[in-house]
Write a new protein. Structure first.
Ligand SMILES: Nc1nc2c(ncn2[C@@H]2O[C@H](COP(=O)(O)OP(=O)(O)OP(=O)(O)O)[C@@H](O)[C@H]2O)c(=O)[nH]1
Ligand SMILES: [Mg+2]
Length: 230
């Protein structure tokens, strides 16, 4: 991989992601932007830390709303990212799943919306699956990976809240998730690559690795030679 990323001198956040600006909020599939900009979606259980991860990756404190009340993100919130004022891609903050106190009907509506997004969103370039490093991947996460599998987009798992674990526990958490993925990938028909890393929004752990992965999905690879217009 030749792509080196766009990093400012001292910062661990990428210039591309720092440019994030709120774009729109969508409550239905039809409300999603219809242009062709590639999108990276953040998915995971409610309260896993999706919004916090987006905020810290973008170097902005309140871009995606991070709350202590689980289940607050009920729509898909989209953020534009670009370089030199030109939008090149989007980040999508998807509704969290698995929050028990949400009425069944609401839960089913979100589930359908997420499933439709994962299977039909052509602009989807990759999925960032956020999971609590203390819990690893739960059955709901495996269900989501099953929904996502047919679209064959790459998945990057952020095992977040790693600040709550000791070094040894962190290593064990990552190993357990990698092993489980290896065991279940064939049954789930996960064809695209799945990568795993530890992360902490509060301790800014793993920012560079996560940003690089997202940048590589959003920015087209540098061409060897500029293509002539035919
Ligand atoms: N210690 C620690 N706490 C975190 C971290 N990331 C998120 N949190 C906390 O976890 C809670 C949930 O974080 P959010 O980012 O709102 O989670 P979410 O996945 O967006 O939740 P929903 O929008 O409800 O789906 C908040 O109280 C955050 O402060 C982390 O890396 N470390
Ligand atoms: Mg959220």
């Amino acid at each position: 991989m030749t792509h080196t990323g766009n990093y400012s001198k001292q910062a661990d956040t990428s210039v591309l992601l720092q440019s994030a600006r709120f774009c729109t909020t969508a409550a239905t599939f039809a409300q999603l932007p219809s242009d062709a900009l590639p999108e990276v979606a953040f998915v995971g259980r409610s309260n896993a830390g999706k919004s916090s991860a987006i905020n810290v990756l973008c170097g902005q404190r309140r871009l995606a709303f991070a709350s202590k009340t689980p289940g607050r993100t009920q729509h898909i919130n989209l953020f534009d990212v670009g370089l030199g004022g030109v939008a090149l891609g989007r980040l999508a903050d998807l509704p969290g799943y698995g929050f028990a106190a949400v009425p069944m009907e609401t839960k089913q509506r979100w589930q359908r919306f997420i499933a439709q997004y994962l299977t039909q969103r052509e602009q989807l370039a990759g999925l960032v699956l956020i999971a609590d490093s203390r819990l690893g991947l739960t059955e709901l996460d495996w269900t989501l990976l099953g929904y996502a599998a047919p679209a064959a987009r790459p998945v990057h798992v952020l095992l977040t809240k790693a600040d709550k674990l000791t070094q040894a526990q962190r290593a064990a958490s990552a190993r357990k998730v990698r092993d489980a993925l290896q065991q279940r990938a064939a049954a789930l028909r996960l064809l695209a690559p799945v990568s795993v890393q530890l992360f902490s929004s509060t301790q800014r752990l793993g920012l560079v690795e996560a940003s690089r992965t997202i940048e590589e999905w959003l920015l087209p690879p540098a061409a060897d030679a500029p293509a002539d217009e035919a």
